[in-house]
Write a protein that binds this ligand. Structure first.
Ligand SMILES: C[S@@+](CC[C@H](N)C(=O)[O-])C[C@H]1O[C@@H](n2cnc3c(N)ncnc32)[C@H](O)[C@@H]1O
Length: 213
């Protein structure tokens, strides 16, 4: 078999694990991650949120629970099928196939935008941030959560990550370059944990970037 390109292998990986992502995810990071992300965005009932790289709806579930409408975007058809199965009948939910480089969302229509554990998978991180800026209404808020830069090669070889995490300041700079006038970064006070097939254990801090349009 020819070696798969990075994006291709990552896409296939997520199609394969979609049915068990909820269980796997619980081993990687705690539910507190989403509560902290939503608190940072100061979400309010009735607002329209976008969950980008939504997976099986870790953030979507909490956003719907707090009374927001949610547009959930993912490029994996298997993840979208899981989203539809779990939330398809919930009022205010919409699942859409699409890529972070060109979101299938109209310009200036979203109150708050989220991406949890997605940036380290995308080919072009600044494009994702630029799309956040485009789809947000004036005054809209973005909260991005991901793990800090690390040296665990198995994240790239076994989980098909594109990037070995990020320095929070580097991601904050992408938000400023995209045009966000107000940007803040910090530690979320949570970690991502994983174990390699050979038993190496990684514990990596999670950071946030919060920005207002
Ligand atoms: C690590 S999972 C995180 C899922 C979810 N946000 C969570 O916290 O459980 C990353 C998700 O991003 C999606 N993804 C990766 N690259 C993407 C891209 N370029 N465009 C859209 N979705 C992408 C994957 O299909 C996968 O569902």
């Amino acid at each position: 078999m020819a070696l798969m390109k990075g994006t291709e292998s990552s896409a296939r990986y997520f199609d394969e694990v979609a049915g068990e992502w909820d269980t796997l995810r619980k081993g990687y990071f705690r539910d507190e991650v989403r509560e902290k992300a939503l608190d940072l965005a100061r979400v309010r009932p009735g607002e329209r949120a976008a969950d980008i790289g939504a997976g099986t709806g870790f953030l979507t579930e909490a956003l719907l629970g707090r009374g927001l409408e949610v547009v959930a975007v993912d490029r994996s058809s298997a993840m979208l099928a899981e989203l539809e199965r779990k939330f398809g009948r919930r009022p205010g939910f919409r699942g859409l196939g699409g890529d972070t480089e060109a979101l299938p969302i109209e310009t200036g229509t979203i109150d708050c935008c989220f991406a949890n554990m997605v940036l380290h998978h995308v080919e072009n991180p600044p494009k994702l941030v630029g799309e956040f800026f485009r789809v947000l209404k004036p005054g809209g808020r973005a909260v991005l959560t991901d793990f800090e830069q690390h040296g665990f090669d198995f994240f790239l070889t076994e989980y098909y990550d594109r990037w070995p995490g990020f320095h929070p300041a580097e991601v904050a700079a992408m938000f400023r370059a995209a045009g966000f006038p107000s940007v803040e970064e910090g530690s979320l006070g949570e970690v991502c944990q994983a174990e390699s097939s050979e038993g190496a254990r990684a514990i990596v801090p999670i950071f946030f970037v919060r920005a207002a349009r």
